[in-house]
Write a protein that binds this ligand. Structure first.
Ligand code: FES
Ligand code: FES
Length: 151
């Protein structure tokens, strides 16, 4: 069991401490915007933010986020950076199948929060753990630059 600040609201989650945060979000809270891909911390589909930093929710135990602030794709649009990123994603028609995209957006928001004007190299380095099987990387890069005010 853990109480977390989830998208700005205090929420008590009744799951075992070793349950992956991803399962708690999807199965206990029916928040299915965060996706299951590999389950091993390798693809980035399950990315959320914990206290503002990137976290792979498939390998983050629920007990580890007790008392912390968790932001998911359902709530990130209410932040200044998240709103700009989601608008840039829409304007640039970034998604193809869409499966990886909530994780991509969560990582992009974490990048821009710490580096508002990233270079191509900054983007490629920071986003390297977010895999897109559809190859939308050029559109992702352009949208990040647009949201950051570079493009
Ligand atoms: S599902 Fe978590 S990194 Fe792939
Ligand atoms: S849009 Fe299909 S996996 Fe990224």
């Amino acid at each position: 069991m853990a109480t977390v600040k989830l998208n700005g609201r205090s929420v008590r989650i009744d799951g075992p401490d070793d349950m992956p945060l991803l399962w708690a979000l999807r199965d206990l809270l029916a928040m299915t915007g965060t996706k299951f891909g590999c389950g091993q911390g390798l693809c980035g589909a399950c990315t959320v933010q914990v206290d503002g930093g990137m976290a792979r929710s498939c390998i983050t135990p629920l007990g580890a986020v007790a008392g912390k602030s968790v932001t998911t794709i359902e709530g990130v649009g209410r932040t200044r950076v998240g709103g700009a990123v989601q608008k840039a994603w829409l304007d640039g028609n970034v998604p193809q199948c869409g499966y990886c995209q909530s994780g991509q957006i969560m990582s992009a928001c974490a990048l821009l929060a710490s580096n508002p004007k990233p270079t191509d190299a900054d983007i490629d380095s920071f986003m390297s753990g977010n895999i897109c099987r559809c190859g939308t990387y050029p559109r992702i890069r352009a949208a990040i630059k647009k949201a950051g005010g570079v493009a």
